[in-house]
Design a protein around this ligand. Structure first.
Ligand code: ADP
Ligand code: K
Ligand code: MG
Length: 498
C-alpha cells in the first residue's frame, strides 16, 4: 500500500544525525480564501512527510480521452460554463497528480532525495501541490482569470525542473548512489510522463477560451506536417552551424499536403531532437573521415597536407502515410550509425556519447562540449551517464529557463513563426535554450533527446523506433497517430512506481 511504501521510504530518509528532519508541513498561506492571494511562494516547502500528499495520491485520477478533450474544447471560447468546468477539472486533477510524483520523489533513496537539485524539484512540486489544492472552487470567470494567472506562474516555475532533475540524478549516478539504470529509467518515465500530462491539462485550460482558427485549445486540428519539418530543419541547421560551423542539407519528401491533429510543440520537439541527432552524426562522421584521410596523406595538423572537408551526405526526411490513422516520419542519415554496444543504452535517460571522440569537438565557444571546467554549470564535467556505466563528458548545471523557453518557441521561421508564437512552451524548449539564448546542450549532451521524444510520441499513442546499420547510418521512425481517430487513453499518472 502507499502508506506502507511511505513508511518504508521514510525508513531510509531519516538521517541518524538528525540533519534531515521529517518535519510536518510548515506552511505560510494567506488567510483569505481568494485565489489571487495564493501567489507563488506563499507556501514554503520544508516538509518531507505529509499525510495530505498520501491522501491525494490515493485518489483516483480522472482519465480524459483526447476525443473528450477535443469535443469539450470545441466552441468553449463561447461558453463560460465549459470554461469553468474545465477550470474545476484542472484544479481537481493537478494536486492528485503532483501528489503521486511527490511520493515517487519521497521514495527515492535518502541520498538521492537530499541532493540539492532533487530537493529543489521536490520543493517546487510541494509548493505547487499545496498552493493548487487550496484554491477555492472556481465559480466565476473572474476567479478563473486569477486561477489562470496562478497556473501560468506554476508552469513557468516548473520549466527548469527537468534540468534540475537531470542534473541531480546525474550527480547521484556519478557517485553510484542510485539503483539500477532500469529503475532510474522507469522513474524518469513516470516523472516525465506525468509532467507532460500536467502541462497538457494546464495549457489546454489556459488556451480553452482562445478563439484561433484550426485550434481547439492547444491542439492544432490541421497541423501541416511539412511545415513542422521545415521549422525543425531551419532551427536544427542554425544550431548545427553554431556548434560545428557546418551542417548537412536536408531533403524532405512525401505528400506535401499531409495534416494531422496534434499539439505543434510536441511534434516540433521530437523532430528537432531527431534532426539534431542525425546532423550531429553526419558532421562528426565527416570530421572523422577527414581526419583519417589527413593522417593517411601525411600527418594531422600539417597544413601542407590539408584535405578539404568532405561533402556531407544529406539527411532525408520522408513523410509516409500509414494504415489505421498513423503517419510515420522517417529520418535517414548516413552518420555512421550506432555502435552495437550502445543500441539499447541510447534509450536511457542521460546516456550520451558527447565527448567520447575527438570529432565531437565543437566550433563555437558557447556550445555543449566547450568552455571551462567546473561542477557548477560553467563547463564540462566528467560524470557517468544516468543510464550507462560508462564515463562520459557532459556539461553540468541547470541551463534551462522558462522565459527563454517561450522565446525560443516563438522564434521560428517566417512561414511558421506566427503560428508557433502562440504555442505553449510546454517546458519542452527548456532543453533547447538557456537564459542567454544558448544552452550548454545546444546540439547534444543531455542524453534526453531519444527517451523523451519516445515518451512524447507514445503519450498520444505513437512510437519512436531506430534502425541502425553500424558503420553506415540510422533510420529513425517517428510514428504519430491521428488524434481524432484514436481513443486516446490519457496517460494517467500511475501510482508511485518505485
Ligand atoms: P544526446 O543527443 O544528448 O547525446 P540522445 O538521447 O538524443 O542524447 O541520443 C543518445 C545517443 O544516441 C547519442 O549521444 C548518440 O551516441 C546516439 N545517437 C542518437 N541518434 C543517432 C544517430 N542518428 N546516429 C548515430 N548515433 C545516434
Ligand atoms: K539518451
Ligand atoms: Mg540528441
Amino acid at each position: 500500500s502507499i502508506a506502507h511504501r511511505i513508511i518504508s521510504g521514510l525508513g531510509s530518509a531519516v538521517d541518524s544525525s538528525g540533519a534531515w528532519r521529517c518535519a510536518r508541513q510548515s506552511l505560510h498561506v494567506g488567510s483569505t480564501a481568494s485565489c489571487a492571494e495564493f501567489q507563488l511562494n506563499t507556501v514554503r516547502a520544508e516538509s518531507f512527510y505529509d499525510s495530505t500528499v498520501e491522501k491525494y495520491a490515493a485518489q483516483d485520477v480522472e482519465v480524459l480521452s483526447l476525443r473528450q478533450m477535443l469535443s469539450f474544447g470545441r466552441n468553449a471560447w463561447n461558453d463560460p460554463d465549459k470554461v469553468l468546468k474545465s477550470a474545476r477539472y484542472v484544479q481537481r486533477e493537478l494536486p492528485k497528480r503532483l501528489a503521486r510524483r511527490l511520493l515517487d520523489l519521497q521514495l527515492l533513496p535518502y541520498i538521492v532525495v537530499t541532493n540539492p537539485h532533487i530537493k529543489k524539484v521536490y520543493n517546487q512540486y510541494y509548493i505547487s501541490f499545496e498552493t493548487l489544492r487550496r484554491v477555492p472552487t472556481i465559480r466565476t470567470l473572474e476567479e478563473n482569470q486569477d486561477f489562470c494567472q496562478l497556473l501560468r506562474q506554476h508552469l513557468d516555475s516548473h520549466a527548469p525542473m527537468l534540468d534540475s532533475l537531470a542534473t541531480g540524478l546525474r550527480e547521484c549516478k556519478s557517485k553510484e548512489l542510485v539503483g539500477s539504470c532500469l529503475r532510474m529509467d522507469s522513474f524518469f518515465d513516470s516523472m516525465l510522463r506525468s509532467r507532460i500530462s500536467r502541462r497538457v491539462i494546464a495549457e489546454q485550460h489556459l488556451h480553452i477560451n482562445n478563439k484561433r482558427p484550426a485550434f481547439i485549445g492547444i491542439i492544432c486540428t490541421d497541423l501541416d506536417v511539412h511545415d513542422s519539418i521545415d521549422f525543425a530543419v531551419q532551427k536544427t541547421k542554425q544550431v548545427c552551424m553554431e556548434t560545428y560551423g557546418t551542417a548537412p542539407d536536408v531533403v524532405v519528401s512525401g505528400d506535401p499536403h499531409v495534416t494531422i491533429p496534434y499539439i505543434p510543440a510536441h511534434l516540433d520537439y521530437m523532430l528537432y531532437e531527431l534532426l539534431k541527432n542525425a546532423m550531429r552524426a553526419v558532421v562528426e562522421q565527416g570530421r572523422a573521415q577527414q581526419a583519417a584521410r589527413q593522417a593517411q596523406a601525411g600527418g594531422a595538423g600539417n597544413p601542407a597536407f590539408s584535405c578539404p572537408p568532405p561533402k556531407l551526405p544529406p539527411v532525408h526526411v520522408r513523410v509516409c502515410p500509414g494504415l489505421n490513422g498513423t503517419l510515420t516520419v522517417r529520418i535517414t542519415d548516413q552518420g555512421g550509425g550506432i555502435a552495437e554496444e550502445f543500441i539499447d543504452k541510447v534509450w536511457s535517460y542521460g546516456f550520451t556519447t558527447i565527448g567520447r571522440s575527438a570529432a565531437a569537438s565543437t566550433h563555437s565557444s558557447s556550445s555543449s562540449t566547450s568552455g571551462s571546467g567546473g561542477k557548477d554549470g560553467v563547463g564540462p564535467d566528467v560524470v557517468e551517464g544516468l543510464g550507462s556505466g560508462m564515463v562520459q563528458q557532459v556539461a553540468a548545471g541547470a541551463g534551462g529557463s522558462g522565459s527563454a523557453a517561450t522565446a525560443s518557441s516563438g522564434g521560428g521561421g517566417s512561414s511558421t513563426g506566427g503560428r508557433r508564437q502562440q504555442q505553449p512552451g510546454g517546458g519542452l524548449q527548456v532543453l533547447m535554450r538557456g537564459p542567454g539564448g544558448h544552452s550548454r546542450y545546444q546540439m547534444a549532451g543531455l542524453g534526453f533527446g531519444l527517451p523523451l521524444s519516445r515518451l512524447y510520441a507514445r503519450y498520444f499513442g505513437g512510437d519512436l523506433r531506430l534502425q541502425t546499420i553500424p558503420g553506415y547510418g540510422v533510420d529513425a521512425y517517428l510514428t504519430l497517430r491521428r488524434l481524432e481517430e484514436h481513443e486516446w487513453e490519457e496517460h494517467v499518472d500511475e501510482p508511485s512506481t518505485l
